[in-house]
Design a protein around this ligand. Structure first.
Ligand code: PEP
Ligand code: MN
Length: 337
C-alpha cells in the first residue's frame, strides 16, 4: 500500500504514521517529492486496517498495491528510476549500450574489445569471468584471474564493467571490483544469491529467466530491492518457446509491459535471445524502437575462435555498424544513443 501525504503534512505526522506501521513489523519506504511525501509500505500489509489508518492526520489518500511486487512497482515510484554507474545513466533519455565478449579469454582480448566498443559508442564493457555453462566440461571462465584482467582493461580504457556473479560468497569481491553485478538467466530465482546482492550497494543487472513470467522476474527484483539495493536494471534476454530458428524467443513485448508495471530500467540482450550474430542488428533496432533503455550485445575480436557463444558474437566492425543504426532509431523515438 502507498500512503500519499498531504502537501502540508508535518514531519511529526509523517513520523507518527511511519512509527505506527513499523510497530506492526512492516517497513516504510519514504519518497520525498517536490510537493509532498509518499510512504510505501513494504511487507504483508494485511495487519494494517486502512480505514483506521486513513483517520491519521496528514494523510491525503491510501492506495493499495495489489501486485506482489511493491518496491519494483511503478505505483510506488511513478517516475522512471535512473541508475548511475560511475557517471553512466541507465533509464534516462540516453540509451546505455553494454558490449563485450561472452567470456574474458585473455588480457589482450578484453582490452582490445574494450577499446573498440568504447570507440563505437558503448558505455559499459561486459565480460564473464565466472561462466554458468550448461555442461560441466565446457570452459568455465578464467574466474578471479579473468576478473582482474577486466578490471585492468577497464582502468586502461576508462569504461565501467559488468560481470556475472554466480556465488553469494563472491559478493564482497564483486563489490570491490565490478561496477555492475550481473545475475544470469539461470540464477534469476536463486533467492540466496538475490538476497546477498541485495545487501550490497553495487547495481545489479537482472536477466530474465528463460522460463520466467514477468511477475516472477519482478519478484526477483523485489528480493534484491527489499534487502536495500534499489539499483536494479532488468534485462530481457529471450525465453524458451517452440520456435526452433533462434536460440530463444525475444519477448520484446515485455518492454511496454515492464514499463507499465515498474519504474526500473529495462535493457535488451539480442545476442542470447537470437543466438546468431546475423540477427543481432535487426532485433537491436527493434528493441530500441520498442522503448528499451539500452542493449547488451556480445562482441568478440575473433568470434570463430571464441571460447563461448562465438556464433552469436558480432565483430567490432559489425558492432560499429549496429551502433550507427541504433543512433538513428534512437533519434526517431526521441532518445539519444
Ligand atoms: C551471458 O550474459 O553471457 C549469459 C550467460 O547470459 P544468460 O544468463 O542470459 O544466458
Ligand atoms: Mn554469452
Amino acid at each position: 500500500m502507498i500512503i500519499v501525504m498531504r502537501d502540508d503534512a508535518t514531519k511529526d505526522q509523517i513520523q507518527n504514521i511511519t512509527q505506527n506501521i513499523e510497530d506492526k513489523g512492516l517497513k516504510v519506504h519514504a519518497i520525498t517529492g517536490v510537493n509532498n511525501t509518499v510512504l510505501g509500505v513494504v511487507g504483508d500489509a494485511t495487519s494494517v486496517d486502512r480505514e483506521t489508518l486513513a483517520l491519521s492526520d496528514g494523510i491525503e489518500k491510501i492506495v493499495p498495491i495489489n501486485e506482489p511486487f511493491k518496491m519494483a512497482n511503478r505505483k510506488m515510484h511513478p517516475e522512471n528510476s535512473v541508475i548511475n554507474v560511475k557517471g553512466v545513466e541507465i533509464g534516462g533519455n540516453k540509451l546505455c549500450v553494454i558490449a563485450g565478449p561472452c567470456s574474458i579469454e585473455s588480457e589482450d582480448q578484453i582490452t582490445s574489445v574494450a577499446k573498440s566498443v568504447k570507440k563505437a559508442g558503448a558505455s559499459i564493457l561486459r565480460g564473464g569471468a565466472y561462466k554458468p555453462r550448461s555442461s560441466p566440461y565446457s570452459f568455465q571462465g578464467l574466474k578471479g584471474e579473468g576478473l582482474m584482467m577486466m578490471v585492468r582493461a577497464s582502468q586502461k580504457v576508462g569504461i565501467p564493467i559488468v560481470t556475472e556473479i554466480l556465488d553469494p560468497r563472491h559478493v564482497e569481491m564483486f563489490e570491490n571490483l565490478a561496477d555492475v553485478m550481473q545475475i544470469g538467466a539461470r540464477n534469476m530465482q536463486n533467492y540466496e544469491l538475490l538476497k546477498e546482492v541485495g545487501r550490497a550497494k553495487t547495481p545489479v543487472l537482472l536477466k530474465r529467466g528463460f522460463s520466467s513470467t514477468i511477475d516472477e522476474w519482478l519478484m526477483a527484483a523485489e528480493y534484491i530491492m527489499s534487502e536495500g539495493n534499489e539499483n536494479v536494471i532488468l534485462c530481457e534476454r529471450g525465453i524458451r518457446t517452440f520456435s526452433k530458428y533462434t536460440r530463444n524467443t525475444l519477448d520484446l513485448s515485455s518492454i511496454p509491459v515492464v514499463k507499465n508495471l515498474s519504474h526500473l530500467p529495462i535493457i535488451v540482450d539480442p545476442s542470447h535471445a537470437l543466438g546468431k550474430s546475423s540477427m543481432v542488428e535487426s532485433m537491436s533496432l527493434a528493441a530500441v524502437a520498442a522503448g528499451a533503455d539500452g542493449l547488451l550485445i556480445e562482441v568478440h575480436n575473433d568470434p570463430k575462435h571464441a571460447l563461448c557463444d562465438g556464433a552469436q558474437s558480432v565483430t567490432p566492425e559489425q558492432f560499429t555498424e549496429i551502433m550507427n543504426k541504433v543512433k538513428k532509431v534512437a533519434e526517431a523515438v526521441g532518445r539519444q544513443a
